[in-house]
Write a protein that binds this ligand. Structure first.
Ligand code: AMP
Length: 422
């Protein structure tokens, strides 16, 4: 497989798919530029080699051409960070884009307008009548698939090589994230640095596992994590199931959970997961005590109690001190750690203690040589909140993409670059 480090971009035009889907305020100021910064090493390497870059990205979820989702809002900031006066094409697939791409000189950069202004990018038909039949929907999708290939070819025609650095959209088989890779041979398509790092981090927890391997799955609902939990049961030595999911397990085992969050239709599933863990020799670690509150609020009255003895009118909003200790002991003995989801309602200051203690244990294990991967929206917010991002081995930038990878699914964005099917 070709790699960005081995490729000499001198005199070459590279189409770089990035994820510049950054948050903007009402005046179109970027409120968090992490995603742009994350792509800089790749863009700078290409330009430094004497190549030129054609940058493609999406922004938001436009339903067509929508001014508020224009990438021109971020052009100035991208130029500033890259240190190059980046040109802009008002359309990603029109004449302007093609001619500006053709005229690019070594060291220059061109930002294309939002790829999702075209339905072809995602391959999802737009503007179907509300009462469209299934047949009509199918026909529209099929027609769009053909146009999607043409769209991908058009994007590919601008460049000599293709670099995918958008891990955040790697789980989507979109024109620019996967399909256009088919238009380049194996020597002319590769991952960018960010994507490379993400792929290596995922492989460390999915393939090259150093044991013991502990996964900490938190968050609110079992239903949203079920596929990941099932996949992890065949991989991990220890599985800590925590956060709001705790109470579904507690109730399933006959415990009293008061008003705690619960999925009553998932009680059997919880029992089934407990059985599967046993059958797979996985040490399933559940909370033994909870920090309970008399309302869902940071200002609630609180106390600690056994997780299976929560009084009526109270709800568990975080783990208790005994549980913290049990989790920390398991985590500190681990050599590979995956953390997804908080132990409680960490958005409320009074219920952050458990998540922080998990973070601290992970930091300590990492110091002692463990590989730790933190990923999935809320746990990233946790490590940032606790200033731990640079004390764990890797913080993934791709929420949905990371979760799908952990579920064991093939990510089209990765497979397409490797020339594998997806
Ligand atoms: P998820 O998006 O499924 O990863 O869940 C993250 C959310 O779960 C966060 O917003 C937490 O506030 C929430 N959460 C964690 N523990 C609890 C709990 N005990 N009760 C209610 N919500 C919780």
């Amino acid at each position: 497989m070709q790699t960005i480090d081995n490729f000499n971009f001198a005199g070459k035009k590279a189409f770089v798919r990035v994820d510049f889907n950054v948050p903007l305020d009402e005046s179109f100021n970027i409120t968090d530029d992490t995603r742009i910064r994350a792509a800089l090493p790749t863009l700078k390497k290409i330009i430094g080699d004497g190549g030129s870059v054609i940058i493609g990205s999406h922004l938001g979820r436009p339903k067509g051409v929508e001014e508020k989702f224009s990438l021109k809002h971020i052009l100035g900031h991208v130029s500033k960070l890259l240190g190059v006066d980046v040109q802009f094409a008002n359309d990603c697939a029109g004449e302007e884009a093609a001619s500006k791409a053709a005229a690019l000189q070594p060291g220059e950069a061109l930002l294309l307008e939002n790829l999702r202004f075209y339905a072809e990018e995602e391959g999802k038909p737009r503007g179907l009548a509300a009462d469209a039949t299934d047949e009509e929907k199918k026909a529209a999708k099929k027609a769009l698939k053909e146009k999607q290939k043409e769209f991908a070819k058009r994007l590919a025609s601008y460049a000599d090589c293709y670099v995918n650095d958008a891990f955040g959209t790697a789980h989507r088989a979109h024109a620019s994230t996967a399909i256009m890779a088919d238009d380049f041979d194996a020597d002319h398509k590769m991952f960018g640095y960010l994507m490379e790092k993400e792929v290596i981090a995922v492989e460390k927890v999915m393939k090259d596992i150093n044991r013991p391997f502990t996964a900490i799955m938190g968050g609110s609902k079992v239903s949203s994590k079920i596929e990941i939990i099932e996949n992890l049961l065949s991989k991990v030595d220890n599985l800590i199931i925590t956060g709001g999911m705790t109470y579904t397990f507690t109730k399933a085992q006959g415990g009293k959970i008061g008003n705690s969050i619960v999925e009553d239709d998932k009680l059997d599933l919880a029992l089934d997961l407990i059985k599967k863990a046993k059958a797979n020799n996985v040490n399933l670690v559940l909370a033994v005590d909870a920090k309970i509150a008399d309302k869902f609020s940071n200002e609630a009255n609180t106390k600690f109690c056994k997780v299976s003895e929560i009084p009526d009118g109270w709800e568990g909003l975080d783990i208790g001190p005994e549980t913290e200790k049990i989790y920390a002991d398991v985590i500190k003995k681990s050599k590979t750690i995956l953390w997804n989801g908080p132990t409680g309602v960490f958005e409320f200051e009074n219920f952050t203690h458990g998540s922080r203690s998990v973070g601290e244990a992970i930091v300590e294990a990492t110091k002692n040589g463990a590989f730790s991967l933190v990923g999935g929206g809320d746990s990233v917010a946790c490590v940032n909140k606790f200033d731990m991002a640079d004390k764990v081995s890797y913080v993934s930038t791709g929420g949905g993409a990371l979760l799908e990878a952990i579920e064991g699914k093939t990510l089209p964005g990765i497979a397409a670059v490797k020339g594998e099917s997806y």
